[in-house]
Every structure is written in structure tokens, then in C-alpha cells.
Write a protein that binds this ligand. Structure first.
Ligand SMILES: C[S@@+](CC[C@H](N)C(=O)[O-])C[C@H]1O[C@@H](n2cnc3c(N)ncnc32)[C@H](O)[C@@H]1O
Length: 278
């Protein structure tokens, strides 16, 4: 079979298995097996695949059709122009979180700010900010040892190992000092909705997805804890779940935060909450 034929048949197979963006998935997997950039496949449409190239592709295609996330199969994910290692030790970073980071890049007042990333996962937020702000001092915490190991591998891979201090902590329990910015993309999915989630999401660690029966429990706890770690006028930046904005807005107001504002993501969902304290 040629490259083009393989792409066409894989795309059809993915469509049948309800995979979103079937052609794109097919291209990524084939490029991975052939060790090419995806775009280079377009120059090789007529190339015939060798016998040794087909079995590894078949394996990846089968696993993808069964719902394994593309990023796990590739082992990497692109986030804010950097390539991060990605596997089952932490949540697959989402495009919405890239929007959060882009917004923070434009909002961060002083380039030598002290920043705390809570629930860092693979450290996409902490390391993207570290790469953009070479003078910023960044602490990143997570409750999961697996996530912290992956985060440190990512830091080393991006030559940013000395730039972020990683710490195991249940929310802010082990955090010392004060910060200009506390950013968090904590788990915000309700355990009650487990049956409605996509097959891909079920490959994320449950600790990274679920917070409790409501979904916003951990975010609420952070809203209460963060003032003790924010400098006067410091900002709390939160990624939140669908339908959680009103209640969390009120929670911030009750804790005397000011300048509380909501922001929608590109798909129009109210996805981010920002507030200052003191
Ligand atoms: C939704 S994932 C986000 C990961 C990463 N920040 C991102 O945006 O891709 C949430 C992360 O919070 C961590 N987490 C869950 N409960 C926590 C807690 N009580 N304290 C600190 N981290 C927690 C999980 O281990 C997971 O890595």
C-alpha cells in the first residue's frame, strides 16, 4: 500500500470508530511510524510502505480506534510552541489551558514575578511560563508522584530544570512564601458524570480529572487557601469546568477577592476565572 492509500483506509477506519479528526489522527500516527514530520507525508504519497512499517502502524491504529489518546500513542504533545512528554502519568494537556497560558503571558505585570502552579501535572503551565519569563521564579506543586516525575522529565527535556521548583503538596499544604500569581488547572469534573465522559478522558489519571460529587470542590478549597500565599494585589487564575462560573464567582466574592473576572475560551465556554487579593 502507498502512503496515500494507508491514510485513506486509516481515516475511514477511524471514522467508523467515531474518532474526532480522523484524517489528522491517521497522519500523525503514520508520520510517527515513518519518523517523518506530518507535513512531509504530502511529499511521499506514492511511496509504498515496507512490510516492516505496517505492523507497528496497525498496532497504533487499533489502539487509537479503541480510544487511547493520540498523545499517549505519540508520547508527546505540543503546547504553547513547546513539545512535552505525555503519557498516562498525567493528564493530556488541553488546548483551553494553552489559552490560559497565553492570557497570563499578556497579563503578567513584572517579568520577575513569583509564580505558583497548583496541580502542575506534566508542568505545561509552569514550564511554558518559565520559557517566556526567564526572570520569573516558579514553584509547581502536585499531589501525584507520577505527575511530578513526568513534570521533571519535561523540565529537563526543555532545559528548564533549574527554573521551576517542583514540590509534592496537597493543594498549598507544603507551600511556603508568597506569590504574585497563583495559577491552577485543578480537577473539576464531577464524579457523577463519569459515565458520560469520552473514552479518551478515561485514560487520564482519575486524580487529574475528578474532584468530588460537585466537581468544584478542589477549586473551592484553593480559593480559601490562596489568600495566605498571595502578595497584596496578587492574582489567582483558575481554569474551571462548564457551568461552574457563577458559584465560583460567588465563592471568590465571599472570600473578599477583588477585580473578579470571567473569561470564555475559543468555543465560547466560560472557562477561566481571575481575581486579585489584597
Ligand atoms: C486537570 S490536571 C491539570 C494538569 C496540568 N496543570 C495541565 O493543565 O495540563 C490536575 C492536576 O492536579 C493534580 N491534583 C489533584 N488533586 C490535587 C491536590 N489536592 N493537590 C495538588 N494537586 C492535585 C492532579 O494530580 C493533576 O496533575
Amino acid at each position: 500500500m502507498t502512503v496515500l492509500e494507508v491514510l485513506q483506509s486509516t481515516t475511514a477506519y477511524f471514522k467508523k470508530h467515531n474518532i474526532e479528526n480522523p484524517r489528522l489522527n491517521a497522519e500523525h500516527l503514520l508520520a510517527n511510524v515513518l519518523e517523518r514530520k506530518r507535513i512531509e507525508l504530502y511529499l511521499e504519497f506514492e511511496r509504498v510502505l515496507t512490510e516492516s512499517e505496517l505492523p507497528p502502524l496497525r498496532d497504533l491504529v487499533k489502539r487509537r480506534a479503541e480510544g487511547e489518546p493520540l498523545q499517549h500513542l505519540l508520547g508527546t504533545v505540543e503546547f504553547c510552541d513547546h513539545v512535552f512528554l505525555c503519557d498516562k502519568r498525567a493528564m493530556v494537556p488541553r488546548p483551553e489551558t494553552e489559552e490560559l497560558v497565553e492570557f497570563l503571558k499578556s497579563e503578567l505585570g513584572t517579568p520577575n514575578s513569583e509564580i505558583l502552579d497548583v496541580g502542575t501535572g506534566s508542568a505545561v503551565i509552569a514550564l511554558s511560563l518559565a520559557a517566556t519569563f526567564p526572570d520569573a521564579q516558579i514553584v509547581a506543586v502536585d499531589i501525584s508522584d507520577d505527575a511530578l516525575t513526568l513534570a521533571q522529565e519535561n523540565a529537563a527535556r526543555l532545559s528548564l530544570a533549574g527554573r521551576v521548583r517542583f514540590l509534592k503538596s496537597n493543594l498549598l499544604e507544603n507551600v511556603e512564601g508568597t506569590f504574585d500569581l497563583v495559577v491552577a488547572n485543578l480537577p473539576y469534573v464531577s464524579t457523577q458524570t463519569r459515565d458520560t465522559l469520552s473514552r479518551e478522558v478515561l485514560h487520564d489519571p482519575p486524580l487529574a480529572v475528578f474532584a468530588g460529587a460537585r466537581g468544584d470542590e478542589l477549586i473551592r478549597q484553593l480559593i480559601v487557601q490562596a489568600p495566605s500565599r498571595l502578595r497584596p494585589g496578587g492574582m489567582l487564575a483558575l481554569e474551571i469546568g462548564i457551568g461552574q462560573s457563577e458559584a465560583l464567582f460567588s465563592a471568590l466574592a465571599e472570600e473578599n477577592y477583588r477585580d473578579i473576572c470571567l473569561k470564555t475560551d475559543y468555543s465560547g465556554v466560560t472557562r477561566f476565572l481571575f481575581a486579585r487579593y489584597g
